[in-house]
Design a protein around this ligand. Structure first.
Ligand SMILES: [Zn+2]
Ligand SMILES: [Zn+2]
Length: 354
């Protein structure tokens, strides 16, 4: 049932007032949306590791104060005068807003339709305010349309992380050259890894999930992994190579040392994709191995809104969900500290009443 949200005079949100100044709760006055904007009532907003960039300035060009949140499921409250001349959006519809905060439409990448590569690409929650509040404004070209059936088996909180974490690993797996049954190694079983395992399995790959210790073995198997490999007990490279080597390797663990160690598990023409933001040193490669095996090492990050739509559609069809823990807005500090401490299983999500 579509409910029509009422327009308040103010709303509550979490905001970062400036570099190294932490987060605070704020009250934001409501204004009319700009001609190209939608005004949205937030239903769920995933907390992502990269929200931390607001605190430490790791991302260039952030202006303050800034409300974070780039994994948002929200209901349309109103929209500007030039939004949607064809009547695609309706007040009350539920839509998504992800990492990609739109695109410029005039750079050479946009003119080729490669919106994820836009040289001026704004980022939701960095360039403009995001979803860690009761309401938000979003540019029309950042809107992720969601098919009605995506809500049948998934909660709003389960859908939200697909718009950053989900689309990152979904896009990384689907754009890695492979055939059904090829070996895929997913290194690290966390917020990104638990989704990467599911996508790779449902796309038809034989997944070896790699982590340290035995704690995540049962989970990896339940997500469909062909085998769980404990890096503390097994020579991972030797083991993967005994199966023929990995055509696809998705590195989700934010550790340059671990990434470096898994590269030699690639098969001939294998593609290794780095999706984590490992900032603890440089990744090392053995050059002759890369040459002789014609191995590719590449990085990958979130796609544009249409990539997120593909991700949600595929996730709905294949019954892939993010594992989440829900928090209220006023519990933000607990939820954020839990994430920074690396405790979540696996995504902490702010939820708001309908
Ligand atoms: Zn994110
Ligand atoms: Zn552009």
């Amino acid at each position: 049932m579509t409910s029509i949200p009422t327009i308040p005079k103010t709303y509550r949100a979490v905001s970062c007032p400036g570099l190294n100044r932490g987060f605070e709760f704020v009250t934001v006055p409501v204004r009319d949306p700009k001609p190209t904007e939608l005004f949205l009532k937030v239903l769920a907003s995933g907390i992502c590791n990269s929200d931390h960039f607001l605190l430490d300035g790791m991302w260039p060009g952030i202006s303050y104060p800034r409300i974070p949140g780039h994994e948002v499921i929200a209901r349309i409250v109103s929209f500007g005068s030039v939004v949607d001349p064809r009547g695609q959006y309706k007040v009350g519809d539920v839509v998504g807003v992800g990492w990609s905060g739109g695109y410029c439409s005039i750079c050479r990448f946009c003119r080729k339709g490669d919106f994820a590569a836009c040289v001026e690409q704004p980022v939701t929650g960095f360039s403009h305010d995001g979803g860690h509040g009761e309401f938000m404004y979003a540019p029309q070209n950042a809107i992720v349309t969601l098919p009605e059936d995506s809500f049948k088996n998934s909660s709003y909180a389960e859908l939200a992380p697909l718009l950053c974490a989900g689309v990152t690993v979904y896009d990384a797996v689907r754009t890695s050259p492979h055939k059904p049954g090829d070996i895929c190694v997913v290194q690290g079983i966390g917020g990104l890894g638990h989704l990467a395992i599911q996508y790779a399995v449902k796309i038809g790959l034989k997944v070896f999930a790699v982590s340290s210790g035995s704690a995540k073995k049962a989970l990896a198997k339940s997500l469909g992994a062909y085998e769980y490999v404990d890096a503390n007990q097994t020579d991972v490279v030797q083991h993967i190579q005994s199966h023929g080597g990995a055509k696809v390797i998705i590195c989700t663990a934010p550790s340059s040392k671990q990434i470096s160690s898994i590269i030699p598990a690639a098969s001939r023409y294998g593609v290794i994709t780095l999706v984590s933001a490992a900032a603890d040193g440089n990744v090392e490669v053995f050059n002759p191995f890369m040459n002789m095996r014609r191995v590719t090492l590449r990085g990958w990050a979130c796609g544009a809104a249409h990539d997120a739509e593909d991700c949600v559609r595929f996730s709905t069809m294949a019954n892939i969900k993010a594992m989440v823990r829900e928090f209220k807005l006023e519990e933000f500090n607990d939820a954020f500290e839990d994430m920074v401490a690396g405790k979540p299983q696996f995504r902490n999500v702010l939820v708001f009443p309908e």
